[in-house]
Write a protein that binds this ligand. Structure first.
Ligand code: ATP
Ligand code: MG
Length: 417
């Protein structure tokens, strides 16, 4: 992609109404556009990051046998009345049409997925099953000051699993713990993300959050480095510590962002809709469920919060909008010619490259933009690089670059398997 053609432009000014680092940098970089508090649109660079995150999640969900669906955002009021959540869920958006008919805008999808499944399953032979989607959610969040970390409209991957026995559920749940670790590692925050015991007050074995350490976090967790696990402040008491075999003196208090969570639903949602199955003897039972969420925008915002420096974003390679940011410095015809040659060769080698081909933009401005956009590798074609018969390569995360030949650059970028 040629930067001269990119319709978004970077901005120097900090958006006046944003207090969070992720929103400030993502808006200045042209990744997202704010519509109103807690509601953002994704622009080309931001969408590329989001799609990469989405694909990593999709791959991992498919690996555990998840079947992808796409459920409706508009949801029948009756379904919500059946579970008692029409009145009980304070974040629920209720929308009425001109005839006064009310619907819910989906904040989560238990009320939809269970009735869907009821049409297709009735025997123990139909289980286990896991259905998932990647879709927009709506929640009346009153504290939406954290950019894309807490949206009123936001994108979530929600998976729902269905089982005929507790043992089967537990097996799947353990598998999902590992899958989540893999996702956060692939996205580039595995080293600062902890499996965190969570439950609102009473300890439940099957409720976990995945919490990423960053100063901007809304949550407080206590980390046990030696086991790589943590527990949420809400569960922090002597009884829970004993149950988890953790010692108070080993724990370090940290601010963190919840990037995902997994929990046991038991028959909470199967019961109201009578989602049941017949066992081998023809006896009827409630289906057991688990649910597993990840906020995609929140994950993207967390990466910005956790990895950015004072100059801008630093994307891990796996979710970077492009692998290479190619810069041509100076208006000399030879420089532009060489930069175009480098651009073409990178494209030919299937390397994703953003080419800052803009003329009339100073080297200082191009460098500042490259730092802000945070593409992991910067490649510069300049008078100096021409003189030295190569290109200057610098990682976003490092201070100093070096001159390499075009061939070296391409082999540097080839996927290592
Ligand atoms: P929180 O306590 O932060 O409000 P939650 O417990 O309401 O989160 P879930 O309902 O379980 O979260 O949603 C699953 C995942 O969706 C969360 O782990 C988080 O990554 C993401 N998520 C939840 N609410 C939001 C939001 N308002 N904006 C962006 N992502 C969200
Ligand atoms: Mg919430």
């Amino acid at each position: 992609m040629k930067q001269s053609k990119l319709f978004t432009k970077t901005k120097k000014e900090i958006p006046a109404d944003e207090v969070s680092k992720n929103a400030e940098l993502l808006i200045r970089g042209g990744f997202i556009h704010k519509e109103m508090a807690g509601v953002y649109s994704y622009l080309p660079l931001g969408l590329r990051v989001l799609k990469k995150i989405e694909n990593i999640i999709r791959e991992e969900m498919n690996k555990v046998g998840g079947q992808e669906i796409l459920m409706s955002s508009m949801q029948p009021k009756e379904n919500w009345e059946k579970t008692g959540r029409w009145n009980d869920l304070d974040v629920l958006y209720k929308v009425a049409d001109s005839a006064g008919r009310e619907v819910a805008l989906g904040p989560t999808h238990e009320e939809i997925v269970v009735p869907i499944l009821k049409n297709y399953v009735n025997s123990y032979k139909d289980f286990p099953l896991a259905l998932y989607q990647i879709q927009n959610k709506f929640r009346m969040e009153l504290r939406s000051k954290s950019g894309i970390l807490r949206g009123r409209e936001f994108i979530m991957k929600d998976m729902y699993s269905f089982h005929t026995s507790t043992a089967d559920f537990e097996k799947f749940y353990e598998q999902m713990k590992e899958v989540y670790k893999t996702i956060f590692t692939r996205v580039g925050i595995g080293h600062i993300t902890y499996l965190t015991f969570a439950s609102g007050g009473t300890f439940a074995k099957y409720s976990h959050e995945f919490q990423t350490i960053t100063a901007a976090g809304e949550d407080t967790i206590y980390v046990d480095e030696s086991s790589g696990t943590a527990l949420n402040k809400e569960v922090f008491n002597d009884e829970v510590l004993t149950q988890l075999n953790l010692k108070k003196e080993d724990l370090v208090e940290q601010r963190a962002i919840e990037v995902g969570n997994i929990f046991d639903l038991k028959s909470k949602y199967s019961k109201p809709f009578d989602l049941s199955y017949m066992d081998e003897k023809g006896v009827k039972h409630d289906v057991l469920m688990g649910c597993y969420g990840i906020g995609l925008g929140r994950l993207m915002g967390t990466v910005v919060e956790a990895l950015a420096d004072d100059k801008g974003m630093i994307w891990p390679h796996a979710i970077a909008p492009y692998s290479v940011h190619l810069l041509s410095l100076g208006e000399d015809e030879n420089i532009l010619k060489e930069a175009n040659k480098v651009y073409e060769s990178l494209l030919k080698n299937n390397i994703e490259v953003l080419f800052d081909d803009r003329v009339g933009v100073s080297p200082g401005e191009k460098f500042a933009d490259a730092d802000l956009l945070g593409i992991p590798l910067r490649v510069v074609v300049s008078k100096r690089s021409l003189d030295e018969k190569g290109v200057e390569v610098k990682k976003r995360s490092e201070e100093k670059g070096k001159i390499v030949s075009l061939n070296e650059l391409i082999s540097l970028l080839e996927p290592k398997s």
